[in-house]
Ligand binder design. Structure first.
Ligand code: MG
Ligand code: MG
Length: 271
């Protein structure tokens, strides 16, 4: 499948979808507290997406159709957890994946949150995962090759300790569908695959555990857990290469300015 190349006008709509996703995740970060159910988080997200003029790309997705507007995955659940009656506890690592559609264009992003006081090793897991995402986005600049992203994610993660990088799941192109070509690995050699060019939009989403990379899917057909029960983290942003050749992180409230500047990459001012 060919990679969908977006025009500047299309990227402007994608920014609206991305910003709504980013703002919804920020609201969830501020709202989460021990004693809440994951359903309550889902309701907050649903209201936020509706208020922002978006619709959910998660609800009804796949087979069996996903029932939430967010995925909520706790501790050894790494991705695709279904919102429900489960209570969130102090010390939990909660990964929330959120998406929205505006005028047919999709946004997709995820964060992991430590609830209250968390184990320092869990905090480091989340910090390493988030930074590996930023390293991946910085490596996926205009003119680089697709596999440079996964190479950067893996190199950084391995430099920080012993973590399992999930193999069966990765990032993806995104646009008029949530999941488009190409698939973006979170590991591998540098310098391979298609060139990153203006108009490309990718969701970069490392998923790592404190143990093995081996996972299984629970009997609900969605929730992905680590086989060794180690805790996992998941961060994701959707970013674009703008017509000026500079990146812009569509799901980051500041467009990725702060984190990418730290890594020596200037963001576009076109969006
Ligand atoms: Mg996602
Ligand atoms: Mg995604």
């Amino acid at each position: 499948m060919a990679i969908q190349i977006k025009t500047l006008d299309e990227l402007k709509i994608m920014r609206r979808a991305g910003l709504l996703v980013g703002q919804t995740l920020e609201l969830l970060r501020q709202s989460i507290k021990p004693g809440m159910t994951t359903d309550a988080l889902d309701a907050i997200a649903a209201a936020s997406i509706k208020r922002g003029g978006g619709t959910s790309n998660f609800k009804g997705y796949g087979h069996p159709g996903f029932t939430g507007v967010i995925c909520v995955s706790i501790n050894d659940e790494i991705v695709h957890g279904i919102p429900g009656p489960r209570i969130i506890n102090e010390g939990d690592v909660v990964s929330i994946d959120c998406g929205a559609i505006i005028e047919g264009w999709h946004g997709d992003a995820a964060i992991s949150i430590g609830v209250g006081t968390v184990n320092p090793e869990d905090q480091k897991l989340m910090d390493v995962c988030e930074e590996s995402m930023w390293r991946g986005i910085a490596a996926g600049k205009c003119g680089s090759k697709l596999s440079d992203i996964g190479y950067a994610v893996e190199q950084y993660t391995n430099s920080q300790g012993k973590y399992g990088i999930l193999r069966e799941y990765g990032g993806h192109g995104i646009g008029t569908e949530m999941h488009q070509a190409p698939h973006v690995l979170n590991f591998g050699k540098a310098g391979q695959g298609p060139e990153i060019t203006p108009g490309i939009v990718l969701a970069i989403e490392p998923m790592i555990t404190r143990g093995s990379e081996r996972t299984k899917v629970l009997s609900d057909d969605w929730t992905v857990v680590s086989v060794d029960k180690s805790r996992g983290a998941h961060f994701e942003h959707t970013y674009a290469i703008c017509p000026d050749g500079k990146p812009f992180v569509l799901t980051a409230i500041d467009g990725g300015k702060e984190h990418l500047a730290r890594l020596g990459v200037e963001i576009s001012d076109l969006l």
